[in-house]
Design a protein around this ligand. Structure first.
Ligand code: FES
Ligand code: FES
Length: 176
């Protein structure tokens, strides 16, 4: 029998909990391990693989989603902690016809991505501030501060800064 520190594998099985939340406007309900991360819940339970996972300890921002309207690290949130929450992922940002959101168009226009791994997290972070009508300092320094929780290993950030400014300048970013 497989024994670890005196416990059988059966004894050490994770407890589970029925968890319900709204994801991109739809109610979802699953019985999940209490240790399951929200990022894994979105990717593996719901197939929403636009939420990326980089460091899995809160540093890179690739896993950023909106939790009750504010940006949050889905790798630092257990799925059960999101019980009852309203979650939005990158899959909700383009409209139902596949037309890109103004912010996504700005990223495309300004060449603000290369491999794109960081992009969903960047978009969800920026969008949460735009939609909440937060006062955003649109100087280079202010936008760098806004993006300081999202790491990009490809672009050097200059074009991302341009994209944020372009999107904010349109004043048309509040489309959902
Ligand atoms: S994967 Fe969550 S912050 Fe890096
Ligand atoms: S575009 Fe590659 S990590 Fe940002």
């Amino acid at each position: 029998m497989n024994r670890i520190a005196g416990n059988t594998a059966e004894q050490s099985a994770d407890p589970t909990q029925l968890t319900r939340m709204t994801v991109n406007g739809e109610t979802v309900e699953r019985e999940v391990s209490v240790r399951m991360l929200l990022s894994d819940f979105l990717r593996h339970e719901l197939g929403l693989t636009g939420t990326h996972v980089g460091c899995e300890h809160g540093v890179c921002g690739a896993c950023t989603v909106m939790i009750n309207g504010r940006s949050g690290r889905s790798c630092l949130t257990f799925a059960v902690q999101a019980d009852g929450a309203d979650i939005r992922t990158i899959e909700s940002v383009a409209d139902e016809n596949g037309d890109l959101h103004t912010l996504q168009e700005a990223f495309r226009d300004c060449h603000a991505l290369q491999c794109g791994y960081c992009t969903p997290g960047m978009i969800m972070n920026i969008l949460s501030h735009l939609e909440a009508d937060d006062e955003i300092d649109l100087s280079d320094e202010g936008i760098r501060e806004l993006l300081s929780g999202n790491l990009c290993r490809c672009t050097g950030y200059a074009n991302i800064i341009k994209a944020v400014r372009q999107a904010a300048d349109t004043g048309n970013w509040n489309r959902t």
